[in-house]
Design a protein around this ligand. Sequence first.
Ligand code: ADP
Length: 397
Amino acid sequence: MSDHVLVINAGSSSLKYSLVDAASGEAAAIGLIERIGESEGHQLHRGPNGETSTALSISSHEDALKAAINAFETQGPSLDDLDIVAVGHRVVHGGSWFADPVLVDDDLIAKVTELVPLAPLHNPANLEGMRVARRLFPDLPQVAVFDTAFHQTLEPEAYTYAVPHEWLKEHGIRRYGFHGTSHAFVSGEAARLLGRDPADVNLIVLHLGNGCSATAVRGGRSVDTSMGMTPLEGLVMGTRSGDLDPAIHGHLSRELGLPLDKIDRLLNYESGLKGLSGENDFRELSKRRAAGDDRAQLAFDVYRHRIKKYVGAYYAVLGTVDAIVFTAGVGQNAAELRAASLEGLERLGIQIDDERNTASSDKARVVSTDDSAVTVLVVPTNEEWQIAREALSVIRP
Ligand code: ADP
């Protein structure tokens, strides 16, 4: 029987789960529980017998995981019938401590707790997910897989901010990078698609979902990435500003009297595509653009211009680039955005093929011309599979 890993992604008011065959990546079941702690919650479970959507009140992450176990019992697949070898947890911030996945024990929990100030929105929920899963699955090994781990290969010149030197040691102020699980998975798949050893290829990976990040990958190792100490820096995102003059904080605070917490919230939840156009969902934005909406057009232009700037920057960092890889909801689906962000880069050897780019497919594929010196790829990401594989690599080194 093949090894399955129960992958858990615990958010502040949600819990996503997926039972993944670590060898094939196939999900035997997936589920999502939302609005934990509110009176009207919701559970979705998709297994071998189809999809069910249930309204229910869930007061805690423990209740949420119990509801997931219940869904496996009543709707399948039965957890007893599958060979489940581990629970894999997505953990957002591993600071400078974790370059690899790690077995969850009391020491790991203590370290992730110490990192809460660096990720106050995410790490507490991830911790709760690990605590609850240890209680409900005491006999299974639990593995933490960090969003930051893939970027621990950055050299000091790439991760150091030009600020007073003691800030790094005393407060951990540096670039960590995020979406590492996705960048790692997509880099491996891209090398496979190119028929090359990952150690021999240079890639620019563009993860464009609700959150967006770009990574320069040399020989399978991240050498630069656009997200920083937090997931706010870099590309324009659904609701996040990305790069910003840091003096804007002081200006808003002095001139408008805005408290820092409010500024933080505005930059994380009310900026990006949403701030510019009122719409954070890229599909809706595209519809509004097509209907001639000026603000939607501006949002699109700012978004694609920022991507192009990072492509140029990472081209320079890498020196030679074998492929540019688009992934996640926008990257995999928005052909027009892919073409617009790479427009005019023919002198860099980047040439999109219109027919390939606009052909509809959910498979990994080439969308550049045969003559393009840099191959342009679309590679669907699969973070759950990557977490399952990494969890397995810890329990069976
Ligand atoms: P997350 O970062 O939450 O995992 P996704 O990777 O699912 O997000 O990306 C969500 C984004 O992808 C949304 O802005 C959504 O509009 C966009 N998206 C999804 N499908 C399409 C599509 N067919 N065309 C354009 N954009 C799409």
